[in-house]
Design a protein around this ligand. Sequence first.
Ligand SMILES: Nc1ncnc2c1ncn2[C@@H]1O[C@H](COP(=O)(O)OP(=O)(O)O)[C@@H](O)[C@H]1O
Ligand SMILES: [Mg+2]
Length: 230
Amino acid sequence: MPLIELRDVTKKYHRSTTALREITVNVDQGEFVYIVGPSGAGKSSFIKLLYREEKATKGTIKVGEFDLTKLRQKDVPFLRRSIGVVFQDYKLLPRKTVFENVAYAMEVIGEKPRNIKKRVPEVLDLVGLKHKMRSFPNQLSGGEQQRVAIARALVNNPKLLIADEPTGNLDPENSWEIMNLLERINLQGTTVLMATHNSQIVNTLRHRVIAIEGGRVVRDEEKGEYGYDD
Ligand SMILES: Nc1ncnc2c1ncn2[C@@H]1O[C@H](COP(=O)(O)OP(=O)(O)O)[C@@H](O)[C@H]1O
Ligand SMILES: [Mg+2]
């Protein structure tokens, strides 16, 4: 059974803009998938449907054991618990330390303080930032902030990590560090789905490429290429 299953999914905003048109896509557990396509193609909409930030207008979506068509609002937190999400602009809480930012993701799901104390340093170690536990986000570089965001996304051991242009604000060196990290996470069994404009990354670290244009899947290739001029 695939981890992600979209069948004939259409997403319209306010009955006017059609962001996605009849998308049918499966992603298996353990895959690494790039979502590429021009600006406005529907990449972020695709991602938002997966963690129920937006609802599909038509079609069916399944993520793990969750049928998003039938999912009640009160059960959305259970879906979100099984997905880690990373954004271009990190979205860290500025008044919380690195430790507190990551711990917060465990607190909101009611984890015991004892488990939080043990798990947060572990996951910060994984992203190489255990020594910055007491720093605040504005004391970190962009690359470090994104690594904290990845630690936060992973702290509850999700099956799926989705990232919307995670290297979009980073220089090449920091972008490669983020990619090395995502690669390691994927090798440990987490499914990674990442929207990106970075042709160098897509053409070097080869993985499945799904290209979206005008809300339709126009290409879906194993170890594909970026396929656009930057
Ligand atoms: N909240 C929204 N309300 C109305 N239109 C939206 C909204 N979000 C995205 N869109 C539109 O949907 C289309 C796809 O956008 P998006 O999914 O953000 O594309 P991408 O991430 O590939 O740039 C665009 O035409 C965009 O303007
Ligand atoms: Mg986008």
